[in-house]
Design a protein around this ligand. Structure first.
Ligand SMILES: Cc1ncc(COP(=O)(O)O)c(C=O)c1O
Length: 341
């Protein structure tokens, strides 16, 4: 199949947003449909059912949990509430939202270059000063897919002053299969400056509803809750998230994450087999360190009906999609390489 025919016969394959390739769970979609009958009612501003379900799942007190409209919104909320110190330390290259989030709350980003595909944790600890408001760790890292190891994170946290919060962004946690990578909740229990940020957007497949949560140490809960006085998620999102935490849905979603890890390995092998360098990934996307070829690759892919995320001068991030999307991508890559890209 040529690139031109793939555009002509298919809608674009969007592999640029790290969305799940699976449709909503029927049980969850039904809850959202049922919610249409009560759209005239305000949501529960304390998200009590969802907070209770999360508290039971995570074995923490409900007061430790803050629910908000997506983990990006919550991240901004936390960074704002942790003021007034001016600087926020994060890895570069990491989630493209961080510089925006930090700027939005009037803080200053301190990007710390990576070593290879991962965070340079010793350098990030060196970058923490009396001006540091908080640190952002992204595990697995977007866009490279790399995970942090438990021992290196412990060594890092041991160096961070207790009054500097460390936000562990686990947007892709459910896709991790490497046992050496820490569960943020274990870090939360071991260090009283660790906050965990998670989302229902990715593995849970609720990106359109905008809902995520943060788990906060007791001394940070009050400031964060006060900053969020008018900040609560919509009723359908709350109901869908609660439905996603039932035992039946949990089992189905875990099965999907296992299937996705298999697809991730398949996509990685396929691209490597075609001669491309693919970073090891523990998330639902893969990273191609294409350097200056990143933008031409993405432009050409778009012309072939495949959307990927280009990071100019660095690389391309490709979401693990359906088997059909992977086949289309492989056909495109074959053609592009043959044409000398
Ligand atoms: C690392 C990371 N954190 C947070 C988010 C935000 O996700 P959401 O606001 O949909 O929960 C994303 C989305 O791509 C992400 O990659």
């Amino acid at each position: 199949m040529t690139a031109a025919t793939s555009v002509g016969t298919h809608p674009p394959a969007d592999l640029s947003m790290n969305e799940t390739p699976y449709p909503p769970l029927p049980s969850v979609a039904q809850v959202v449909r049922d919610g249409a009958a009560t759209l005239h009612r305000y949501p529960d501003r304390t998200a009590s059912a969802l907070v209770a379900a999360l508290a039971a799942r995570l074995d923490v007190r409900p007061e430790a949990i803050l629910v908000g409209p997506g983990s990006a919104g919550l991240c901004q909320h936390l960074v704002q509430s942790f003021g007034p110190r001016p600087e926020v330390v994060h890895a570069a290259l990491s989630f493209e939202g961080y510089p925006l989030i930090i700027g939005n709350v009037g803080a200053r980003a301190v990007p710390v270059p990576m070593t290879g595909y991962g965070h340079d944790l010793p350098a990030m600890a060196d970058a923490v000063t009396e001006r540091t408001r908080c640190v952002l760790l992204c595990n697995p890292n977007n866009p490279t897919g790399a995970v942090l190891r438990s021992d290196e994170v412990a060594a890092f946290l041991d160096r961070i002053p207790a009054d500097v919060p460390v936000i562990v962004d686990e947007a892709y946690r459910e896709f991790v299969t490497d046992p050496r990578s820490p569960d943020g909740m274990d870090l939360y229990r071991a260090y009283d400056n660790v906050c965990v940020l998670r989302t229902f957007s990715k593995a849970y497949g609720l990106a359109a509803l905008r809902i995520g949560y943060a788990v906060l140490p007791p001394r940070l809960v009050r400031a964060a809750a006060l900053t969020g006085a008018v900040f609560f998620p919509n009723a359908l999102a709350q109901a869908a998230a609660v439905a996603s935490l039932t035992p039946a849905a949990t089992g189905e979603l875990a099965g999907r994450c296992e299937r996705l890890a298999v697809s991730r390995a398949g996509l990685t092998d396929t691209l490597r087999g075609l001669g491309l360098t693919v970073a090891p990934s523990e998330a639902n996307f893969v990273w191609l360190p294409l350097g200056e070829r990143a933008v031409p690759f993405a432009d050409r892919a778009r012309a072939a009906g495949i959307l990927v995320a280009a990071f100019p001068g660095a690389g391309v991030r490709i979401t693990v999609g359906s088997d059909e999307a992977t086949e289309r991508l492989a056909a495109f890559v074959r053609e592009a390489l043959a044409a000398g890209l």
